[in-house]
Design a protein around this ligand. Structure first.
Ligand SMILES: Nc1ncnc2c1ncn2[C@@H]1O[C@H](COP(=O)(O)OP(=O)(O)OP(=O)(O)O)[C@@H](O)[C@H]1O
Length: 279
């Protein structure tokens, strides 16, 4: 099972959009996937068309990590209907976000608390007859800070995928996030690696974006992933319909789906040898 946190300490750069794009690519590829919405704003939950019906949200599952059963509380994404109707075998489940993640928002959690998601995933994998143990991929949409929830996500992950815009504050923030990741890894999660940096909202005709992308290449080297994701004029409108990007109409959506297919296969192909994080 690959567990990937999608992170940035800066908000609004496209973490949720990249999570949803990768989830859509995973669904199209028939990869059994769980999306964990750890951002209390719960945008991934909204974008996946999920509504709770008595299930525990992820904040409560973390609170009762030893006893909570992931399988009993994840919801099939509204997207799955379509995949099943197409005869696909893919499954996309969602552990829904929580508006009040309570104490897990704190930056100073102890080691035991940091392992709550590890416990939850392990219990689910070990419980007899549980389908939750069969996920091939877990994508965690993290909050835009280094709070307790992000640290819980990183502790449970093999890899952290960073999202950035080719803009001054975002590039500087990405450098800081990489440093934080390096420190976190040294102290808490020696096996954790950086999966790379996805540049999102790239405007091809913009001199500023061209300059910042070149700067990112110099700064981050191979950690800057290819392809980049372009700015899409109708992105918000289409996201509002809560459909996987692979089912969006139009040429630009088709192109974007192809980009997420490439990003996903690169992510899955990455060996664990990679990634001394560069400062
Ligand atoms: N490639 C893109 N083209 C156009 N709009 C985009 C693109 N990526 C993201 N957006 C839009 O930018 C806004 C922020 O994106 P998103 O919610 O994915 O960012 P985030 O990093 O998860 O935000 P937060 O920090 O609030 O969790 C959304 O309205 C989204 O629709």
């Amino acid at each position: 099972m690959q567990v990937v946190s999608i992170s940035s300490l800066k908000g609004g750069v496209g973490k949720t959009s990249v999570t949803l794009g990768l989830a859509s690519a995973a669904l199209a590829a028939g990869i059994r996937t769980l999306v964990i919405d750890l951002d209390p704003h719960a945008d991934a939950t909204t974008g996946l068309g999920v509504r709770a019906d008595g299930q525990l949200d992820i904040g409560r599952m973390l609170k009762h990590a030893r006893k909570a059963r992931l399988a009993a509380n994840v919801l099939p994404s509204g997207w799955v209907e379509n995949a099943r109707a197409d005869g696909g075998t893919a499954v996309l489940d969602v552990a829904i976000g929580s508006a009040f993640a309570g104490i897990y928002d704190r930056p100073d959690l102890g080691r035991r608390d940091l392992r709550r998601l590890v416990t939850l995933l392990n219990n689910s994998a070990n419980s007899a007859g549980s389908s939750a143990g069969n996920y091939q991929l877990v994508l965690i949409d993290c909050p835009p800070s280094l709070n307790g929830l992000t640290r819980i996500a990183w502790t449970a992950s093999n890899r952290v995928l960073l999202v950035a815009e080719p803009a001054l504050f975002s590039v500087a923030g990405t450098q800081r996030t990489l440093r934080a990741l390096e420190l976190f890894r040294a102290e808490f999660a020696p096996a954790l690696t950086a999966a790379g940096i996805v540049a999102n909202r790239v405007r091809s005709g913009s001199n500023e974006h061209t300059y910042r992308l070149a700067e990112m290449k110099t700064m981050f080297g191979p950690l800057l992933l290819s392809p980049t994701i372009p700015e899409q004029a109708n992105w918000q409108q289409i996201q509002g319909a809560a459909h996987p990007i692979h089912q969006w109409p139009g040429e630009s959506a088709k192109n974007a789906s192809g980009l997420f297919d490439q990003l996903l296969s690169g992510l899955l192909a990455q060996g664990s040898v990679r990634n001394r994080v560069r400062r």
